[in-house]
Design a protein around this ligand. Sequence first.
Ligand code: NAD
Length: 363
Amino acid sequence: MNKNIAVIRGDGIGPEIVEQALLILDKIAELYGHTFNYTDVDMGGCAIDKWGDPLPAAELEKCVNSDSVLLGAVGGDKWNNVPGEMRPEKGLLRLRAGMGVYSNNRPAKIWGQLASASPLKKSIVDKGIDFIIVRELIGGIYFGEHRTDSVDGEDVATDILKYSEKEIERIGRIGFETAMKRGKKLCSVEKSNVLDSSRLWKKVMHKLAEEYPEVELSDMLVDNCAMQIVKNPAQFDVIVTENMFGDILSDEASMITGSIGMIPSSSLGGTSCGLYEPIHGSAPDIAGTDAANPIGTILSAAMMLRYSFDMASEADAIENAVSAFLDKGYRTADIMPNGEDAESCVKVGCKECGKLIIENLKR
Ligand code: NAD
């Protein structure tokens, strides 16, 4: 297969981690007979320096015309004082809007080798944690009307939570499609005992389920879900939920896995063209020191293969190579254990990490 990938290296550790992900994609191309063409895109602080704009229209165009986008991270102290519209993060918001992505998908996976980094009890972690949260990204209470009125001499604030059937259906579809590519279990999370928007959410999800007879759909109230994520996370495969619930639950889920440097994400819309990026930022404190963990970006590239290019075996190969790397005791600084546990581990830098993962890539 021939695929065109728009590559945003960005700022801080962005260029270092993206470089390793591209080397891994090159090796996958060689092993499986694919061609990946890369187009560099300037976004973030580096685009402000070069073009005076965090995402010039021509750069966005390259992303929209690609088969998918791989992003490192943007931002840094240097651009903290530029005007709001010119901030590096504005580039990211414009990119999401320009690509029309309305779901953010974050896996919560505990790698057995890093189980001790999880704040959860060993007995819970040992059952295995490997699920993904599909969060609606551009609707709900964050995008509803916000208002503060003065009533009888005091301020009264209002935020409107609104969802249409269409908005729910399109995110639901991403939930079902994601479940089809994983364990075929989908948990729809809402607050239907209180909210009308949640009752509509539940109704639409059940209607959609008729189109996906292979997927086992369950419903869960958001307060219960927050408890179940720490009590019995092994029960989940895919969770689909609205914007604010997803915002909160996905941060909870990333905490239970241990290291921020290991977590990939995708943002998808109505086409197969997705945006793939690690969940962390540009880590200016370690930029240029070869200390960054590139695995979140490498796993983002694996998600791109699985969810945008239908290359499940290739995605499995990358995940297996990461697992083999960890099995052999290699660790970047952020996932290096302390004390006695450190004796069986070898600390490696960003480049060495990429090289060792490539050595473990097998078809
Ligand atoms: P951060 O995620 O960049 O860093 C938080 C801490 O985690 C730091 O100590 C950092 O060294 C460490 N860390 C992060 N990624 C790591 C990795 N791959 N390997 C090893 N250690 C890693 O968050 P921050 O410090 O709050 O933000 C720094 C900059 O990144 C800011 O300008 C912020 O606006 C930006 N940011 C960008 C994105 C994005 O591009 N999507 C997301 C979040 C923050």
